[in-house]
Design a protein around this ligand. Structure first.
Ligand code: XMP
Ligand code: MG
Length: 181
């Protein structure tokens, strides 16, 4: 079957299959194995950035076999398919991370502005370490000096939906990731 036939409509836009559920889950498992090794006996606190990372965070946590906690913050920077450059904190950090190993879980690093704004907020809480774990990164789109420690996939600078990622709130429930046609 051609990809043409499998294309989907989310609101007014058409998307084509990009990363299958199997491909994503295999990579998520790899990352979990790596994290389990690197943070064994370190009792890390995961901070998942809502909304986009909810599915990645859930699958990642299910594959971890170490003591850890997870908490959530809600940041927003996107309007439709464009980064606005402004980052809003809609739900802040409510967990004490002082002297803890923090691992930030993101769905995607695009321009990098979201993390650039969020990292000092975490640092102000004096954690023992901060690591960044992002399912996706768009290297061509990065505009700030941010280094992710764990990356699922490097992808081209095209808008994607599915597996937690949305177009104007829709498409988050898709099990695989689709790219704007
Ligand atoms: P920045 O530019 O701050 O962006 O690194 C991070 C946030 O922007 C959203 N984002 C996307 N959402 N498809 C989406 O559904 C995309 O291709 C995309 N690129 C960026 C996302 O919420 C991320 O946390
Ligand atoms: Mg989003």
């Amino acid at each position: 079957m051609s990809n043409e036939k499998l294309s989907i409509q989310v609101k007014d836009k058409e998307f084509i299959p990009y990363l299958s559920e199997e491909t994503i889950l295999a990579r998520v498992k790899n990352i979990a194995v790596q994290l389990s090794e690197d943070f064994k006996d370190k009792n890390p606190v995961f901070i998942a950035v809502l909304n986009g990372s909810f599915m990645f965070a859930a699958d990642l946590m299910k594959q971890l076999h170490i003591n850890s906690e997870i908490t959530f913050v809600k940041l927003a920077s996107y309007i439709g398919t464009q980064s606005s450059g402004k980052v809003l904190t809609l739900l802040g950090l409510d967990t004490n991370v002082k002297d803890r190993h923090v691992i930030i879980i993101e769905d995607i690093i695009d321009t990098g502005f979201t993390l650039k704004k969020f990292l000092p907020v975490i640092k102000a809480n004096e954690p023992k370490s901060i690591s960044i774990c992002s399912l996706l990164i768009k290297p061509e789109s990065l505009q700030v000096d941010i280094k992710a420690d764990y990356i699922g996939f490097e992808i081209p600078n095209r808008f994607v939906v599915g597996y937690g990622l949305d177009y104007d709130g829709y498409g988050r429930n898709l099990k695989s990731i689709y790219q704007l046609k």
